[in-house]
Write a protein that binds this ligand. Sequence first.
Ligand SMILES: Cc1cc2nc3c(=O)[nH]c(=O)nc-3n(C[C@H](O)[C@H](O)[C@H](O)COP(=O)(O)OP(=O)(O)OC[C@H]3O[C@@H](n4cnc5c(N)ncnc54)[C@H](O)[C@@H]3O)c2cc1C
Length: 390
Amino acid sequence: MERCEVAVLGLGAMGAATAYQLAKSGVKVIGVDRYHPPHTQGSSHGDTRITRLSVGEGAAYLPIVRNSHRIWRELEALSGESLFEQCGVLVMTSSPDYDAQDATDFTHRTLQLAHSNGIEHERLSAAQIRERFPQFSPVLDSAIGYFEPQGGYVRPERCIAVQLKLAEALGATLFKGETVTQITSDEQGVTVTTDQRTILADKVVVSAGMWSRELLGQPFDRLLRVCRQKLFWFELEEHARFAPVSPTFILHHGPGDEDLHYGFPPLPGEGSLKVATEQYSEASSPDTLDRTVSEAEAREMFETQVWGKIAGVTSRVAKSSICAYTVTPDGDFIIDEHPHLKNTLVVSACSGHGFKHSAALGEALAQWCVRGSSELDLSAFSLKRFDGQA
Ligand SMILES: Cc1cc2nc3c(=O)[nH]c(=O)nc-3n(C[C@H](O)[C@H](O)[C@H](O)COP(=O)(O)OP(=O)(O)OC[C@H]3O[C@@H](n4cnc5c(N)ncnc54)[C@H](O)[C@@H]3O)c2cc1C
C-alpha cells in the first residue's frame, strides 16, 4: 500500500499542472497515468493550443487564463523551454448572415469582454484584416475582427513534460503506464486501486480527461460526452503571403456551431498551416474513438473550412491527427468535489477549451487540496448548475 497526501489521477494538461503545483507546495503527491504523458491518446496533443485573455466563453475564465500566462512564463524561466508564443490572436466573424446587433456573436462577446476588462485589443474592419493579415484576404466586406496582441499559443506536449519533470524533481512520485480501476472513500481517506497497486491518499484529484465518465460514475456518466475532433496541417503554397508575425486565429463563417475553424501560424521550418474545426453532433467513447483520418475527411475539411477562406494554403495534407473533447451540456467546465466520494476533486471536463487555463487550474486545485479553497473563484464550474437536469 502506497500512502500520500494527494493522489493525482491522470497526468495530462490538468493533472501535470496539479501534480507540479502540489509538489511545489511541499505536499507528498503521487501521480498516476495509464500512458506515458505527454502522449497522443487523450486531449492534449497536436503541437499547439490557442490562448487568449478575452475568453469569449465567459467572464469567469478571465482571471484563470491571466494566471496561466504568468505561470507559463515562470515555467519557461525554470526549464529553459519555450512554452508560450505571444504572436497575438485574431478572432473574426465573416458570415453572410452576420448581424451587427447580435450580442451572442463570438467576436462581439470577445470584443465586449476585452473592453469591459481593460484587455489591450483592436477592433478591425474587413479592410484592416486584409491589409494586416493577407492570409485572410478572402473575408467578406461585412467581416469584423478582434486582435489581441497578448494572445497566441502554447505548446501542450512541452508544457506537460516540463511540469511533470519539475514535479518529480520536487519529490512527486509518478506511476506511468498504470491504470486506475477504482476509487473508494471512507473516514480513513481515499483508496485508489490501479492495475498494479493500491494507494491510500488523504485527498484525490481526478483529471482523467475523456476517461472521466467511466472512472467517476454518476452524475458524470450522464453529463459528459466525448466528441471526436480532427486536426489537419495543410501544406502552404510556394509563395504564400503571410504576415511576418502571424497570429493564431478563430474564424466564424456561418451561423452553425460547426461553421468555424481555428488555426495557428505556420511554425518555423514546417511549411504547413494547422487548422481544425469542431463537431458536437457525434459522441464517441475512449474505447470506440476512431483515431484514423480518412482522405474523404481531409477533402471535406479543405473544401468546407479552408478553400476560399484562407489564402496561400494547398489541399495537400502534411499531417493529421485525432483528439477528443470532453463536453458538458453547457460547454463550461466542471471543477468540483465529487458528490459521492469524499475528499475527491474533479477537473477535466473542459469542453475543448481547457488547455489555456490548465496551469492556473493546477495552482488553484493545489490550494484547494492544501487549504480547502482556492484564490480563484471556481464556483461558476460547480456541479450544482446541473441539479435537476435529466
Ligand atoms: C483538437 C483539440 C483542440 C483544442 N484546442 C484548444 C485550444 O486551442 N485552446 C485551449 O485552451 N484548449 C484547447 N483544447 C482543449 C484542451 O486541450 C483540453 O481541455 C485539455 O488538454 C484537456 O486536458 P485534460 O488533462 O483534461 O485531459 P488529458 O490531457 O487527455 O489528460 C487525461 C489523462 O488522464 C489519463 N487517464 C485517464 N484515465 C486514466 C486511468 N483510469 N488511470 C490512469 N490514467 C488515466 C490519460 O492517460 C491522460 O493522460 C483542445 C482540445 C482538442 C482535443
